[in-house]
Design a protein around this ligand. Structure first.
Ligand code: ZN
Length: 179
């Protein structure tokens, strides 16, 4: 296994629309290595999702795993490891929810973004079989954030208000509620 370097905002690959992967590519043994490297990189960097373009691979591949009590996202619930190829989102509930998002490709910053709260994701799994997952709440945010990377979109593009973009230190100081 290998830990990949994460590309940062400004790298052109992050702005490309990623290519679809074929079932043949998905079933190729080299894909297993790529997926385990992506999962390992995500864990090492304390991310909760990683899209292939973030490691310089412009293909529609995403891994997501929300760990219990993530350091970056403290109130998160644990999720299984999702491995998605060619995911397509359908919005099921237009009602929006707002969340302070961060991104491994935009280090040390957080920004407030609003997104639909319930979505359906159709994708191919690691056996190249069609799957459907319905995500709500925090997980719906994570899915939409990661899947946006496949279209060359970074959460910064979706900021509700540019005044709600902050360095993590200042976010901790000024934007978290006193307990
Ligand atoms: Zn991101």
């Amino acid at each position: 296994m290998a830990i990949h370097e994460i590309l940062h905002m400004g790298h052109p690959v992050l702005r490309q629309v990623a290519e679809k992967v074929s079932p043949k590519e998905i079933l190729d043994p080299s894909m297993k290595d790529l997926i385990s490297n992506m999962a390992e990189t995500m864990k090492e960097k304390q991310g909760i999702g990683l899209a292939a373009p973030q490691i310089g691979v412009s293909k529609k591949i995403v891994v997501i795993k929300v760990p219990l009590d993530s350091e970056r996202y403290p109130d998160s619930e644990e999720s299984p490891l999702f491995v998605l190829f060619n995911p397509v989102v359908t919005i099921l509930d237009e009602e929006i929810q707002g969340c302070w998002e961060g991104c491994l490709s935009v280090p040390n910053l957080k920004g407030y973004v609003e997104r639909p709260q319930k979505i359906q994701v159709d994708f191919l799994d690691q056996s190249a079989q069609e799957q459907r997952f319905i995500a709500e709440g925090f997980l719906a945010i994570v899915f939409q954030h990661e899947l946006d990377h496949l279209d060359g979109i970074i959460y910064i593009d979706k900021l509700k208000d540019t005044r709600l973009l902050a360095y993590c230190d200042e976010y901790d100081r000024y934007f978290t509620e006193d307990e």
